[in-house]
Design a protein around this ligand. Structure first.
Ligand code: FAD
Length: 388
């Protein structure tokens, strides 16, 4: 997104990615309506629209949650990313696919990225760099923006399977599936589906156990692509800009802490980074002071989401299977469907609105306070957050 926007403005842009099949990283490819409307993937890259989903409670009870309009879109992520790259190329960006960036040096005269290629090594020079290198990327440390210690993260595992009778996305809850979190079964096309889970806890055979259960129940017939695991950030970096460098997307920790969805926030932050970089290039000022507006920009649209989403995740992790079971039952009731799901507050792209309404809700609020004393400061954080 940053490359496409900057190249369209006439700037010289070079994108370096070691993946030759750009976009082919572990991901389910679900985006929300706001993302769809703003970044409109070519409809041939959309497998299906979803206006409902089946929620499977820890007990195995199934609940259908539905809205009249599509809320989410399951996209062919690789094709979507490739189409964005194609647009950037047409606008004049150069793509170097295959080489790995092994170091980034920021100096008075610009930025030098050293690349490891099949033929040897090479240095690419530029006036500034947008670091878009994904989860836990060492490049963040190379530009001097890594926080101390390990980034707070979830681990996600996903496999591609054959699931001939699956017509709707299914979300599985409960500690035996994904402790403090959730698993999914998402239909694509031609009987193919993605099965996965994400959790902040250690994965200890959870994926195998989840898939075995789905095979036993006849939901999945065979495995097409074995499961792989990768991380998802749950908290942003404490600083995402410095002299001559901006950090976007997963590299900056910009993903929804509730679900781990990060495609939209990566696109949004790339977009905002392009505005800041354009100003810097035109003004010839690449100082940290000049690039600070990037962070101000993404914070104005995402900060409340990230803070409330993170607090809600911690609160959810406190619930345990009993709490989750009653949360789902209550959520499926007509009253709560009306108050929260069909009321217009529900958004797949932004969760803070529904979270704030849920903790203040007379029925759901009681459930959260019953978690114990640990919940009080979390509820206060959510209730006290100004912007949502
Ligand atoms: C199992 C799983 C399921 C997910 N499902 C969804 C979902 O359904 N919806 C959603 O919104 N989000 C989902 N996400 C999260 C989503 O995939 C990420 O938030 C999103 O891809 C972040 O985009 P990005 O451009 O910041 O980073 P990435 O997509 O990770 O891209 C980073 C790129 O940098 C390249 N790179 C890294 N280091 C170097 C280097 N040294 N030199 C050269 N190139 C380098 C990589 O090859 C990669 O192509 C999921 C994540 C996981 C793990």
């Amino acid at each position: 997104m940053a490359a496409q926007r900057l190249a369209s403005q006439g700037h010289s842009v070079c994108v370096i990615d070691w993946r030759e099949n750009i976009g082919d990283k572990l991901c389910t490819g679900i985006i929300g309506r706001e993302c769809m409307e703003r970044y409109s993937p070519d409809l041939t890259n959309v497998y299906r629209e979803a206006s409902s989903a089946v929620i499977v409670a820890p007990s195995g009870k199934r609940f259908n949650i539905a809205k009249s309009q599509p809320q989410a879109y399951i996209v062919d992520r690789v094709a979507f990313v490739a189409s964005l790259a194609e647009k950037a190329k047409r606008a004049g960006a150069t793509y170097m696919l295959g080489p790995r960036v092994s170091s980034v040096d920021i100096g008075e005269a610009g930025v030098d990225a050293s690349l490891k290629t099949k033929q040897g090594s090479q240095v690419v020079h530029g006036s500034m760099v947008v670091v878009a290198s994904g989860f836990a990327s060492p490049l963040v440390g190379m530009v001097g923006l890594a926080d101390r210690g390990q980034p707070e993260a979830m681990l996600g595992s996903q496999a591609e399977v054959e699931a001939p009778n699956l017509t709707e996305t299914e979300v599985y809850l409960g500690n035996s599936i994904a402790p403090g979190s959730f698993g999914w079964l998402v239909p694509l096309a031609d009987s193919r589906a993605l099965v996965g889970l994400v959790t902040r806890q250690k994965l200890n055979g959870h994926m195998g156990h989840f898939m075995d259960g789905l095979e036993r129940s006849g939901k999945i017939k065979s495995v097409i692509r074995k499961s792989q695991t990768w991380g998802v950030p749950v908290k942003p970096l404490s600083k995402t800009y410095t002299s001559r460098a901006l950090v976007v997307g997963d590299a900056a920790g910009l993903a929804k802490p509730t679900t781990g969805g990060g495609i939209y926030y990566a696109l949004l932050s790339g977009d905002i980074a392009a505005d800041t970089a354009h100003e810097a290039i035109v003004g010839g000022d690449f100082s940290a002071r000049s690039l600070k507006s990037y962070e101000k920009g993404w914070k104005s649209v995402l900060d409340a989401e990230l803070r409330i989403g993170y607090t809600a995740r911690v609160l959810y992790e406190h619930l345990g299977d009993g709490g989750v079971e009653s949360l789902v039952e209550k959520f499926a009731s007509e009253q709560i469907q009306e108050d929260l799901i069909t009321s217009g507050i529900f958004s797949f792209d932004r969760h803070s609105g529904i979270i704030k309404k849920a903790v203040r809700h007379k029925i759901l609020g009681r459930l959260f306070t019953s978690v114990g004393n640990g919940a009080i400061p979390l509820l206060a954080t959510i209730a006290g957050s100004k912007k949502a």
